[in-house]
Design a protein around this ligand. Structure first.
Ligand SMILES: [Zn+2]
Length: 436
């Protein structure tokens, strides 16, 4: 088996066999999109690599850029100008290590060769103290003046060090806010690559910024490519996030591919007639990649991320590419219906189970009602606490919350049922046969 085949095999999701009528809710069949593809879509792939800095793995990065140079493939690199020296996640004061001349020279060479497109990836990449319900962030929540200062100083430093214009911002942990967008527009940035995970919450319709979030990663690449080829768009974009831990040269245990196999993969891609690898700015320069399309994509991804992957597979909702407007009109209503049906099903089933078992158990052992309510409520609180730590609701977290909310409601209903029954018997007075 070649490394390429191995990569494709790992990327494949578990099969979808054995799924039948129980899931065939009205309008939710797994048929292909109503608007069938007239011709094969033209696919553009953007590779994005983050965290290039004076504290990242120089030896590995030199070899990675060598692979892109050898295969003449463009790459967008998110560079941290002044990374903190010890720990990105620790908000306490730390010394910073500005991009060294050695690392600048590596990038400059790749930029001059027409391979690398540099982007600003934060200022120090140091996390701010995390709010109660919030994810790691360097920029989100900061005041406008401080965001402006970091963006301007970071951009100007990279511009001088790399001798190249910096027009794209990639916020650390994908987390930015409306203030970040406003500051980026004032500083004349072209666009921002973020938003599906960290969430740019408010996107002003009037902004001139362009948006192109990461839509896939290396382990999911082939699956995303298959979905893009089936789409009904005339052209689609895949933004593939590369992590150093994806490569066996960095992480022997969790890695997905070796640099050698990755080079083979890039060579194979260059031979695909319907596909081209491009720079992020090439895509962002087009008018359709503005706030309107981004907000629609984000809405879809928010719904899709709450549905189990085997269900999104079954209903052709799994994508991994940036949806075009025609695509969204087909898949978003399907995702919303599927999500509503799933929420109702889990709630009703869990409510019914708890209600029936409560009707049977609570009258026999009254103390069990207090114990069951206490346990269910405790699990519900624990789940909510666990989800808020990442501020990231996934399909697993949502299913857990729905299940225990259903159990709690069912138990309360069973308790009310037995209390009403007892009250009715009390009001009726003693039964005939009990009278002397
Ligand atoms: Zn980063």
């Amino acid at each position: 088996m070649t490394p390429l085949e191995r990569a494709a095999r790992i990327a494949r999701r578990p099969g979808r066999a054995g799924l039948t009528a129980a899931l065939l809710c009205a309008g939710l069949t797994g048929s292909p999109p109503a608007v069938a593809a007239q011709s094969k879509p033209r696919i553009e792939v953007v590779f994005r690599y983050d965290d290039f800095s004076s504290v990242s793995f120089t030896g590995f990065e030199t070899r990675l850029l060598g692979v892109f140079q050898k295969t003449r493939t463009p790459l967008t690199v998110g560079v941290i100008p002044f990374p903190v020296a010890k720990n990105f996640l620790d908000p306490s004061p730390q010394p910073t290590m500005p991009l060294t001349e050695e690392k600048s020279a590596i990038l400059r060479e790749a930029i001059q060769a027409g391979i690398v497109e540099p982007a600003l990836h934060g200022y120090s990449h140091q996390a701010r103290p995390r709010p109660f319900w919030g994810q790691f962030s360097e920029f989100k929540g900061l005041g406008r003046d401080e965001q402006m200062r970091r963006l301007r100083e970071g951009r100007d430093f990279l511009k001088t060090s790399l001798n190249h214009d910096i027009r794209i911002f990639i916020p650390p942990w994908d987390a930015a806010d409306a203030t970040t967008l406003d500051a980026l527009q004032s500083l004349d940035f072209l666009g921002v690559s973020a938003g599906f995970d960290g969430g740019v919450v408010l996107v002003p319709e009037s902004t001139s910024l362009k948006f192109l979030p990461a839509t896939s990663d290396l382990p999911r690449f082939y699956e995303s490519l298959r979905s893009a080829r089936k789409s009904d768009c005339s052209s689609t974009v895949l933004v593939v996030l590369l992590r150093d831990a994806d490569f066996s040269e960095v992480d022997g245990k969790r890695s997905f591919i070796s640099l050698e196999a990755f080079a083979e993969m890039l060579t194979a891609l260059s031979k695909q007639s319907d596909l081209s690898v491009v720079r992020m700015a090439d895509v962002m320069s087009r008018p359709e990649y503005g706030p309107g399309l981004f907000v629609k994509n984000k809405k879809f991804v928010s719904a899709e991320s709450l549905i189990y992957p085997w269900l999104t597979d079954l209903f052709n909702l799994n994508n991994g590419y940036y949806l075009c407007a025609a695509n969204i009109a087909v898949v978003y209503p399907r995702a919303a219906k599927l999500l509503a049906a799933y929420v109702a099903l889990v709630l009703i089933v869990c409510f019914a189970v708890a209600f029936r078992s409560g009707q049977w158990i609570f009258p026999k052992w009254p103390w069990s009602a207090a114990a069951a309510l206490f346990l269910t409520f405790s699990v519900l609180v624990f789940l909510a606490y666990d989800i808020q730590r990442d501020a990231d609701m996934t399909y697993k977290g949502m299913t857990g919350l729905l299940m225990f909310a259903g159990f709690l409601l069912g138990q309360l209903a069973a308790l009310a049922w037995s209390w009403l029954g007892r009250r009715r018997r009390f009001e009726q007075g003693p039964l005939e046969e009990w009278r002397i």
